[in-house]
Design a protein. Sequence first.
Length: 130
Amino acid sequence: MNIPVQTSAQIGAVLRMVRKLQGVRSDDLAGTAGVGPVFVIDMEKGKPTVQLGKVLQVLHEAGIQVNLEIPDAFADRPEGSSSAGLDLASAIEGAAARSDSSDWTQTLKALLLNRHRAFNTPSHKTRSND
């Protein structure tokens, strides 16, 4: 199930709901995620200054997957046309070079390149001009 979120309070509410549905206490989740119990409580309350790395640890431990959605406008740009002077392939290569996970790198490349190809098919270009 995908749930769009825009605030730390929304992330906290989702975490609390999932944790309670799993029957897990906040201090138990904190222990298995390697954070303090106060951190989980702060997260669930929507504290906007919690550390992102720890947030991702807690969400992962709770079984909540985080996905980032790249705007479609980036897939529509021809190579070499981005405002920063980088094309999509160069951006992917840069992100991959900074990653410490080869699995993540390969997944990123595949997802973004497939999306780029899908938006450059004749059928998509026809639909977007209608």
